[in-house]
Design a protein around this ligand. Structure first.
Ligand SMILES: [Zn+2]
Length: 284
C-alpha cells in the first residue's frame, strides 16, 4: 500500500510540474476580452474557472454567466425538487456575486438537471440568442473528457450555438470530473468505487490527456482564497444540510482530494480557436 501511495505522490508531482511548464498562461490582454461562461450545473463555473472569472473581472472585462440546468438532481430524495431548485438559484447568484459577476449578467436557463441532452434544441436556440445579444469573444464551457452526461451535453450545445452564430471566437474547455482520476485522487476502498475511479483514470490517460490537451492556463495563486469563498456560496454542495449524513458534499468525493484539484496554482483549459467560415467564391 505504501509503495502504491509513493508511486501516486511521485506521478502527481510530475503531472503538476509538467502542467505548470507545458501550459501557456493566458496573456493580460487576453484576460481583458469579454467572455461568457457556461456551467451545466451551479458550481461548475467556480470549480472549472472561478479563478479565471475573478482575474478577468479584475481587469474590468465583461463576464456573463449562463447556468444551463437547475441543479435540482444533486440530492434527489433528500429534498423536494422545487425546493432544491430555489436553493440552487440563490446559491448560483451568491457565487456569481463572489466572483464579481452582477446578477444582471447571470442567465439561469433552468433546464432539468440530469436530462440536458433531451433539451438540446431549446438550449441551442437560447444559447445562440445569448451569443447574438452579448457578443463574447471568449467562451468557457465544460470539457467532454470523462465528464458527467450534462457536461457532455452542454459542450455539444455551446459548440452548435457557436456554429449557428457564425462569429470568430475562442473557446476554452475546462475539466471538472476529469480530475477524478488516479493519480489526481486516490483509489477508494470499496471495489465498485475503485472500479469507477479506474475507469475514469483510463479515460484520462492517467493524467496524460490533461498534459496533452489542456495547454492553456490561468495562474490563480493570488485569488485562490476568493475562489474558495465563491465555492462556499454553493452551500448545498459544500455542507451537510442539517447534519444529515446522507447529504453528500463535494468534499466527500475522493476524501477531499477531488476538491483539492481545483485549488492548485492554476486553472487549465483546452483552447480552440474558431475562425469565421470561409466564403466559397464559386458559390456566391
Ligand atoms: Zn456539473
Amino acid at each position: 500500500m505504501r509503495g502504491a501511495s509513493l508511486v501516486r505522490t511521485a506521478l502527481r508531482r510530475f503531472n503538476r510540474f509538467a502542467l505548470r511548464h507545458l501550459a501557456r498562461p493566458l496573456l493580460e490582454v487576453e484576460l481583458r476580452r469579454p467572455a461568457m461562461v457556461f456551467a451545466p450545473h451551479p458550481d461548475d463555473e467556480t470549480l472549472g474557472c472561478g479563478g479565471t472569472i475573478l482575474r478577468k473581472r479584475r481587469t474590468g472585462a465583461a463576464v456573463h454567466l449562463a447556468f444551463l440546468t437547475d441543479g435540482s438532481a444533486s440530492h434527489a430524495g433528500l429534498m423536494p425538487r422545487a425546493e432544491l431548485t430555489a436553493l440552487r438559484v440563490d446559491e448560483a447568484l451568491a457565487a456569481a456575486e463572489a466572483l464579481g459577476v452582477p446578477a444582471g449578467d447571470v442567465f439561469l436557463l433552468g433546464l432539468p438537471d440530469g436530462a440536458l441532452h433531451a433539451h438540446h434544441e431549446e438550449a441551442v436556440a437560447r444559447v445562440t440568442a445569448l451569443l447574438e445579444r452579448h457578443r463574447p469573444e471568449q467562451l468557457f464551457l465544460p470539457s467532454i473528457r470523462a465528464e458527467h452526461p450534462d457536461h457532455v451535453a452542454a459542450n455539444a450545445i455551446v459548440h452548435e450555438a457557436v456554429r449557428r452564430w457564425g462569429r470568430v471566437a475562442t473557446l476554452f474547455e475546462y475539466p471538472v470530473w476529469l480530475w477524478r482520476h488516479w493519480p489526481a485522487v486516490p483509489l477508494p476502498g470499496t471495489r465498485a468505487q475503485a472500479r469507477a475511479v479506474l475507469v475514469s483514470s483510463l479515460r484520462a490517460g492517467f493524467g496524460f490527456r490533461l498534459l496533452s490537451e489542456f495547454r492553456t492556463s490561468v495562474p490563480i495563486r493570488d485569488c485562490v482564497d476568493q475562489k474558495r469563498r465563491a465555492l462556499a456560496r454553493h452551500a448545498s454542495q459544500m455542507r451537510r444540510r442539517d447534519g444529515d449524513p446522507r447529504w453528500w458534499t463535494l468534499d466527500d468525493v475522493s476524501e477531499g482530494e477531488f476538491l483539492d484539484c481545483f485549488f492548485q496554482e492554476q486553472e487549465v483549459f483546452r483552447r480552440i480557436e474558431l475562425v469565421a467560415p470561409r466564403v466559397d467564391p464559386g458559390r456566391r
